[in-house]
Design a protein around this ligand. Structure first.
Ligand code: CA
Length: 228
């Protein structure tokens, strides 16, 4: 799953430049030119990160960033602000209130992408492409292969995403709802017991190498992937 980036920028040339470099980096992008349109998109489905211009036609980008912070559903959504050096430098100190990072225009696309990657790594480690390994269980997001002590394991697509999500957060307990949000996505209405079905399938898939023991049921809580 490529990371979804929402670009909120009213200058078409800059929006295009940012989108181009994001796509080149392997991200999916959606571009809008006003806060109102960005609001609609976020209400519909959460992106993984927002690149947000400061000066927008309907209201300042920073106001939108603050709105996102106030709402439980969007408070962890990473926001990267674009600011224009001359006019907005003094306001940059106020950024902590709403944005996670900022770049000043004119910016180098390479630096912008590096910042985007850093924010994504912090917020959603499963969106980066590095292979994961826990106690001999290895998941390679690029080749979509899972091996247990070098034995290839047959893991279905949903179980693959579930395993990837849990391997990036070992030892943490996830409720069924948290797994639904993290693996199936926000605004997807699936019954919680669907999670149980996929956890069961995942365990069966990991059995040949004995790694099913890593997937623990936590009483009254949910599930956890043990570190080893
Ligand atoms: Ca602007």
């Amino acid at each position: 799953m490529p990371a979804k980036i929402l670009i909120v920028e009213d200058e078409p040339a800059i929006a295009e430049l940012v989108a181009l470099h994001c796509k080149h980096a392997g991200f999916e992008t959606q571009s809008v030119a006003a806060v109102l349109d960005a609001r609609d998109i976020v209400d519909e489905s959460l992106p993984d990160l927002v690149i947000l211009d400061w000066m927008l036609p309907d209201k300042p980008g920073i106001d939108f960033a603050r709105e996102l912070r106030r709402d439980d559903r969007t408070k962890d959504l990473p926001v990267l602000m674009l600011t224009a050096r001359a006019s907005e430098d003094d306001k940059v100190r106020g950024l902590e209130v709403g944005a996670d990072d900022y770049v000043t225009k004119p910016f180098s696309p390479k630096e912008l992408i590096a910042r985007v990657r850093a924010l994504l790594r912090r917020a959603a480690p499963e969106l980066t492409d590095s292979a994961l390994e826990i106690g001999g269980l290895r998941l390679d997001p690029v080749s979509h292969r899972v091996t247990g002590d070098a034995t290839e394991l047959k893991v279905g697509p949903t179980e693959f995403r579930l395993l990837r999500f849990m391997m990036t957060r070992p030892d943490r307990v996830f409720t069924r709802q948290a797994l639904l949000d993290g693996v199936w996505g926000d605004h997807v209405f699936i019954e919680e017991r669907t999670v149980d079905v996929h956890v069961r399938r995942l365990r069966v898939a990991l059995e040949p190498s004995g790694h099913d023991r890593l997937v623990e049921t936590v009483r009254g809580g949910g599930y956890r992937l043990r570190k080893a």
